[in-house]
Design a protein around this ligand. Sequence first.
Ligand code: LLP
Length: 420
Amino acid sequence: MDHFEYRNGELYAEDVSLRLIADEVGSPVYVYSTATLERHYQAFANGVSGLDPLVCFAVKANSNIAVIKTLARLGAGADVVSVGELKRAMAAGVPASKIIYSGVGKSEVDLRAALNAGVHQINAESEAELELLSKVAVDLGETAQVAIRINPNVDAKTHEKITTGKSENKFGVDIALARDVYGRVAKLPGLRVAGVALHIGSQLTDLKPYREAYAKAAEFVELLRSDGHNITQLDLGGGLGITYDAEIAPSPAEYGKMVKEIVGHLGCNVSFEPGRLIAGNAGVLITQVIFIKEGINRKFCIIDAAMNDLIRPTLYNAYHDIVPVVEAPTGAEQLTMDIVGPICESGDYLAKGRKMAALSNGDLLAVRTAGAYAAVMASVYNSRPLVPEVLVHGDTYSVIRRRWTVEDMIALETFPEWQS
Ligand code: LLP
């Protein structure tokens, strides 16, 4: 459930009219709902509560500092994959003791930053990374708490670009090789190899792959313990799916129950890294119709948002529900149209063959489920400035990232000396 609904025929975020936000802040604009972020975080935390876990919001899903702070105030930790995300999490008030630093290619600079910040745990993904981390830790006189991300070779049955737990994916250490790796790296100085981590993919709508992967991880923890490793940490990643269209995703409660059944007996400190589940349905992208164009056999609705603002439809063939901000009359005829942006590429669309009631120039649309992997994946292609982000809280709202200007972008560029 989310807090976007029609009131007297107009779409609201909590108690604020989205038309009002578009009037005052301009279009396009991302709008997030505090109550929805909080509700989803609580639902997840309640679902897994019996395990007394550390719930680390995957900052990659939505890295605005005000969004992170909303969750940090409820006790959330953060899962970060870059120095940028680490700094954002800390700026938003997440204590380092609740930060997990993940990622397949951490450089020496990244590892130094993680250790200097004093993060709770580093999830390492290769033996080479562990060797580098050992050197950096010794150099800094630190001991790094480490989990090794294993690749359990389980198909998450999600989109191929967001499946991460198969042997052919670049992620983690193959479970068939991992025992030897633990044996070797346990001897490295500066490391406390205390955990096992895994994350098999994103937007999972079935518990089966989780069950399979977590069972493999549990068995592996026992194997490591029998080898003499003191394994106390188990990071079960994120990935729980949400409804964009008609998907039926397992509830956090069902997920939590399954987790308890499979890993509860291990007595590990468990952590999770949910991103999409918390932020996805907590955001919309508001956009305005520029023109309606009739083709020979197609109708195009040209809007002011584009693939640079929301790349998911063209990158993953992702479906995002699109609704008018002013509700169409009941029984209005449904027309089929492509909803496209102004960018000079045929891949620039937010929906194809979508059924909508008739639209006119100037109408506002809300692209739903745009709170995760949306603003964070935006680019400035075609020199289109990044759009603002707004956070609603009850009957008030605040601009939490201002609209970029072309001048902001040009200011980062310089002419070489020989052109002056
Ligand atoms: N932990 C790790 C190690 C991850 O790689 C990810 C996501 C997460 C946690 C959070 O997963 P979530 O709970 O959000 O599913 N851009 C794609 C999604 C990429 C996900 C990458 N990793 C999309 O728009 O669908």
